[in-house]
Design a protein around this ligand. Sequence first.
Ligand SMILES: *Cc1c(COP(=O)(O)O)cnc(C)c1O
Length: 237
Amino acid sequence: MPNKNKIGYRPTWAEINLKNLEHNFKTIKSRLDLKTKILVTVKADAYGHGLIPVSKRLVAQGVNFLGVASIDEGIKLRTAGIKTPILILGLILKKDILPLFTYNLIPTVCDFEFAFALNQKAAKLNKPISLHIKVDTGMGRIGVLYAGAFNLVEKIHRLKFIKIDGIFTHFPLADINRKFTVSQIKLFHKLVIDLKKRGIVIPLIHAANSAGLIDYKGSHFTMVRPGLVIYGLLPKQ
Ligand SMILES: *Cc1c(COP(=O)(O)O)cnc(C)c1O
């Protein structure tokens, strides 16, 4: 017999209280400056809480951005009718540029080659595209190395069909190493100021994951990027 029961044959399930999610979101929002925007990371099926129901509830509460790991997750959100800006936090291959346009998804860019390919496609479609640039201020994962960041931004800034809407960095140790995290914030801030002096003003400047949001007020810039705290977890060791 086919099993029509949503729970399936498993003896275990998780019940997600969207009211609590909403409460967490509102609490975080109420503690931020009025102008600070919020991107909630809903990657990995909203940390296992259900991508679509979680995202819809956040959208209803006025979340400014949704952050996902891959284009596939972005497409799922668009297919579910979600219109909120979506930032793809993970790396994207050059061969996968087209769906960014089709589904109106914002890529994270860390090198000129990818930005150039994006610009070419945008020119061909006559459809300008926004992107965010990720800077590695000491994480050693994804991002242009700090030393090369200024030049990269300048070069991308000159591409006609590209709009640099955001620049960001990530704190790997915000919950355990204060000195390191504070130095990351300083470096990142200096880059933003240097760019401004050169006439490059980027609207969305973001760095704070949950730990940054809670413990480092100086890391909020113009947008914060929590995941864990929205789902009710404290980012502690
Ligand atoms: C997952 C993720 C976050 C959220 O981190 P939390 O510790 O869950 O708050 C923020 N930024 C990026 C780039 C991420 O990948």
